[in-house]
Design a protein around this ligand. Structure first.
Ligand SMILES: [Zn+2]
Length: 241
């Protein structure tokens, strides 16, 4: 390759690498996005779950209360029956025994009434928590939608930018010799988007290996592309570009 031609090729490669570096960065960012949305969704679902748990708790309390109400109704029936029986009893002994039974039933009834009242109080307390949780959740939903929108907006922005970069790329690649471009693209793929690197303080800026002085001399001679022996990236000197 002629000296001037090689220098021009290196300049084109440098322009291409600048575009490709951004493309690789944006591609990596895009790949992250679905996971980000999933993460936001998961956190939001977890918050919904705590509301669901409270609602379940409220339902359970109501079920227990209804059981007690059925028991109470049965107790009241039993008391009524016993009271009717009481008036039919002639013997004092039996009368006293029935009276005692009715008192016992009455005591049971009081206990049931108390526990029903307690369940009502519990329901009130849980429902209050539910209302609070609903307010919190509405805020969370707003936040979630906002964050999701930000991610979606960024995805659109990245895609738009990528289209511009691809078109820039298409303007540069015809200026590069096929063989050189193929070599560059092979390295680009194998080296995560970084195929062309400068030498700084005598070291390859791709893998940071210290390069022997003859490598630098070879670059200055501008006879052929010079690659790093460790990472295979194409090397250049900023001052020679
Ligand atoms: Zn290297």
């Amino acid at each position: 390759m002629a000296e001037s031609n090689l220098q021009e090729q290196m300049r084109q490669l440098f322009a291409l690498q600048t575009v490709d570096k951004e493309i690789y960065g944006l591609k990596a960012e895009l790949e992250e996005k679905p996971r980000q949305i999933e993460e936001l969704q998961k956190k939001f679902e977890e918050k919904k779950a705590s509301l669901k748990a409270l609602e379940d708790k409220s339902k359970q309390i109501q079920v227990k209360r209804k059981e007690k109400e059925v028991e109470l109704a049965a107790k009241e029936d039993a008391i009524k029956k016993s009271q009717v029986q009481l008036y039919q009893i002639k013997k004092n002994e039996e009368y006293q025994a029935k009276l005692k039974e009715i008192n016992g039933l009455g005591a049971d009834k009081s206990v049931l009434e108390e526990s029903i009242l307690k369940f009502f109080d519990d329901t009130d307390a849980v429902n209050k928590e539910i209302e609070k949780e609903k307010t919190v959740l509405a805020e969370e939903e707003k936040k979630f939608n906002q964050q999701k929108k930000e991610v979606d907006d960024r995805i659109r922005e990245v895609n738009d930018r990528m289209a511009v970069l691809e078109s820039n790329r298409n303007q540069i690649t015809p200026n590069i010799e096929k063989k050189v471009l193929a070599q560059y693209e092979r390295i680009l793929k194998n080296r995560a988007g970084l195929a062309l690197v400068p030498i700084k303080n005598g070291a390859c800026q791709g893998c940071f290996l210290n390069l022997p002085p003859q490598v630098i001399n070879e670059i200055k001679m501008k006879k052929s592309l010079v690659v790093c022996e460790a990472c295979a990236r194409i090397l250049f000197l900023e001052e020679e570009l």
